[in-house]
Design a protein around this ligand. Structure first.
Ligand code: SF4
Ligand code: SF4
Length: 372
């Protein structure tokens, strides 16, 4: 059967328009009961990267989450909302602050649904996932449409990384610090728990050096929904201006037969793809290496480096990156924060976690010389 993905225009987060548009995006692909039977217990998982207000565009907007809650309430579901806050190295975002500042707590209180913590875990092959996916019957994922300096795109599949229990996220980052191997882990998680449905918040998307505060919010005005997370990510890739198979998670998922990456084999309902593609997204600096054919990359990769650089003028000395670095190579000297590059694994956890956009990604001289 062909995969179906809906695209719906939604200019902003005003109520009740945004709720109606969320419902429209689900109705276009057959309605909620096609994916979640009435009366089911459902875990709704937004992408809550860090404790920032909705205006920053870093986290899934609470009104999109509310739209999903309302659709599920209409069919009498028992709804739980939760996400595992980001953990970078020894630094873990405080879940209470994340729920409070992102606006998710307020929405759950107002809608009378339970906001849960991913404290308990169960091992699945080589990683532990929250037991909330055992305790509920269905998962509805509500990702944010963003670029990602490590995986290029964070959408329906990358959102599932939040199911990994607490500090084990750091272990996975340390063990799988190459883009390809990390993408395989993300697809492993997808194999363990496939969402019944993904509804992507692309109303204010993010381009450039996402997914944290270093990315640039971009008014995109779209909601994208579908049951095949790979097809959803493939449609997102095309909207971004990249090929679906440039996203390693798509490539890996296609190799395992887990979803559709060929746009010609996806039924797109609602808006036409050609009508919603604007200028290509600004991509993360780190993604540029993927433009070179792999055999050449293998030869010159030592010389084409992208590294995190701390802009001291923007650094507030908060120490988050020191805690976040899984290799513990960031330290303070003479009142300034420095990175010991000799042991850097280029995971960019420091850049992702910095609350002040004080860490840039710089290209090596060769990368600049060859125009990458
Ligand atoms: S670089 Fe960012 S995270 Fe690191 S100490 Fe400075 S402000 Fe904090
Ligand atoms: S300094 Fe290097 S190893 Fe440490 S968090 Fe940043 S990119 Fe990762």
């Amino acid at each position: 059967m062909r995969s179906q993905v809906s695209i719906v225009k939604c200019a902003d987060y005003r109520q009740p328009q945004v709720w109606n548009k969320v419902k429209e995006s689900i109705d276009l692909i057959g309605g909620i009961e096609k994916f979640v039977p009435s009366g089911s217990s459902v875990l709704v998982k937004p992408n809550l990267l860090m404790a920032t207000p909705p205006e920053t565009g870093v986290d899934t907007h609470p009104e999109v989450v509310r739209g999903v809650i309302k659709v599920l309430k209409e069919i009498g579901c028992k709804i739980y909302v939760g996400d595992g806050p980001s953990v970078w190295g020894r630094y873990a975002e405080n879940v209470d602050s994340v729920y409070e500042q992102s606006g998710i707590k307020r929405v759950c209180i107002e809608e009378g649904v339970e906001l849960v913590r991913f404290d308990k875990r169960r091992w699945r092959t080589h990683f532990p996932l929250t037991t909330w996916i055992d305790e509920t019957q269905y998962l509805v994922s509500v990702p944010k449409f963003k670029t990602h300096e490590f995986t290029l795109l964070t959408g329906a599949i990358k959102n599932l990384y939040g199911l990994v229990s607490g500090t084990y996220k750091t272990e996975l980052h340390k063990q799988y610090f190459e883009r390809k191997s990390f993408s395989k882990i993300l697809v492993d998680i997808y194999e363990q728990k496939r969402p019944a449905l993904s509804v992507v918040d692309g109303i204010v998307a993010m381009e450039g050096d996402g997914p944290g505060t270093s990315g640039k919010p971009r008014q995109l005005g779209l909601l994208i929904a579908g049951p095949d997370a790979v097809a959803v990510d493939s449609v997102m890739a095309v909207i971004m201006g990249v090929k679906p198979l440039d996203v390693f998670t798509n490539k890996e998922a296609k190799a395992r037969g887990l979803g559709e990456t060929d746009i010609n084999n996806i039924d797109i309902l609602g808006e036409r793809l050609a009508d919603v593609r604007g200028r290509p997204f600004l991509l993360p600096v780190t993604s540029l290496r993927s433009r070179i054919p792999q055999p050449i990359v293998n030869i010159i990769k030592k010389f084409i480096r992208y590294r995190p650089v701390i802009r001291h003028e923007d650094c507030s000395s908060c120490g988050v990156c020191i805690e976040a670095c899984p290799n513990k190579i960031i330290s303070r000297r003479n009142g300034k924060t420095y990175i010991d590059y000799s042991r850097c694994i280029y995971c960019f956890c420091c850049q992702e976690s910095c609350p002040n956009s004080a860490i840039s990604i710089r290209k090596s001289l060769l990368a600049r010389l060859v125009g990458l």
